[in-house]
Design a protein around this ligand. Structure first.
Ligand code: GDP
Ligand code: MN
Length: 386
């Protein structure tokens, strides 16, 4: 699960990380009022899950309330397009108005789970700011890492190493940096985060260290332990199809290709996507209907797949175990009647009740339906069809 920058800032501030004062607003008038309240120079920032806002013009420094009015008007009426949003962009409905700081130096501090080492890792860099992806790709040596013991957490010697890596020598900087690292590690571990990032962490011209951007993602499997995190969920920022799927108990992830996939079981879904790719196609989604799928659930799955205008063909791949082939066949017939198949649908069914399923499909005579003998045959047919 993702949360907004303003929510991440609050969690970090509560853990002792210095963050400039800020207000969250949803209208131009409130943005102007926030500027007047905060005073001086402010920074107006679009609150969307995608990054790259600075480069997209959705982080703006404003010296006067009038500049804030213009910035807020622009951000609330234009979609933000950045490297992370895709060409369609995302709408903005909320803004952060924060006291601006005078930056002497920008740093990067982040934490993720290192899957290979099976423990959290803290990463720091002196090259923080909007180019961090470039730094990671071109100069990986400029990112210094410390791996945390899963039970012991961030140790004092590691804090010293990281502080040194950022080049801090003055006592007050070293102490301030230690507070930031410990605060970040505390938030990451306490809330079962999968990513926690401060980019940039800045040294101000007054010699203070402050987090002026923050991003935290959480491990969905641990959310049950954190009702306070769950309460921060903002469904309006998520992919509409993914939300619909979640409501129907389907595991669905939208992808960029044009072949819709309806599969039972995550492993089979992965294998299906691999086979589509092997035969020159590109999957439009990952969809696991799960073991206990009902007819209604499967019909909803068809609706979700076919609602995606990119989809030019569908591959249904079911290995009937607990999920029965005839349930899927009935859903296919129902979906064909209800939504109509505007694209070819290739079906491969095997396993429990497959004979019954074949009978249902042959009597219903669904137009646009192509049956396949096995997985490879199915993948070839759907790739040929699109
Ligand atoms: P991102 O582009 O989505 O990561 O948004 P950030 O919040 O990181 O802002 C992008 C850049 O805007 C930062 O790297 C800073 O260079 C600049 N910026 C953001 N807030 C301030 C501020 O308070 N003062 C100054 N001078 N620059 C800022
Ligand atoms: Mn940033």
């Amino acid at each position: 699960m993702k949360i907004h920058e303003y929510q991440s800032r609050r969690l970090l501030a509560d853990a002792g990380v210095p963050v400039p004062p800020a207000d969250v607003v949803e209208s131009v008038a409130d943005a102007v009022a926030a500027h007047q309240k905060i005073g001086g120079r402010v920074v107006v920032k679009a609150q969307v899950f995608a990054g790259g806002r600075g480069k997209a013009g959705f982080v703006k420094l404003c010296d006067t309330p009038d500049q804030t009015r213009q910035a807020a008007e622009f951000m609330l009426t234009n979609k933000m397009v950045s490297k992370q949003t895709g060409p369609a962009g995302v709408p903005v409905s909320r803004l952060l108005v924060a006291a601006a700081v005078d930056i002497a130096q920008e740093y990067y501090v982040g934490m993720v789970v290192d899957r290979a080492r099976r423990c959290p890792v803290m990463m720091v860099s002196r090259e923080g700011g909007v180019e961090i992806e470039e730094v990671a790709a071109r100069h990986p040596e400029a990112i210094i890492k410390e791996w945390l013991h899963p039970h012991l957490g961030l140790q004092p010697y590691q804090v010293r190493k990281l502080t040194q890596a950022l080049g801090f020598t003055r006592k007050e900087h070293v102490q301030a940096a230690a507070k930031v690292f410990l605060g970040l590690a505390d938030v990451f571990l306490r809330y079962d985060a999968s990513l926690a990032e401060i980019n940039p962490l800045v040294l101000t011209r007054d010699g203070e260290l402050m987090a002026i951007d923050a991003k935290i993602n959480f491990d969905d499997n641990a959310l049950f332990r954190h009702p306070d995190v769950q309460a921060m969920h903002d469904p309006t920022e998520e992919n509409a199809s993914e939300l619909r799927a979640k409501a129907a108990n389907l595991s669905y992830i939208a992808l960029d290709g044009n072949i819709g996939c309806l599969v039972n079981g995550a492993g089979l879904a992965m294998a299906t996507m691999d086979l589509i790719k092997l035969h020159g196609g590109e999957p439009a989604n990952f969809l696991d209907v799960g073991g206990s799928v009902t007819r209604e659930g499967a019909v909803e799955a068809f609706r979700i797949i076919l609602a995606d205008p990119k989809v030019k063909g569908v591959l249904v791949n079911i290995f009937g175990g607990i999920a029965k082939c005839d349930t899927i066949a009935e859903a296919l017939v129902a979906a064909a009647k209800e939504v109509g198949f505007r694209v070819p649908v290739v079906v491969r069914l095997e396993g429990t009740n497959v004979e019954k399923a074949r009978q249902i499909l042959s009597t219903a005579d669904v137009p646009g339906l192509i049956t396949a003998a096995d997985l490879t045959d199915a993948a070839k047919k759907v790739c040929a069809a699109v």
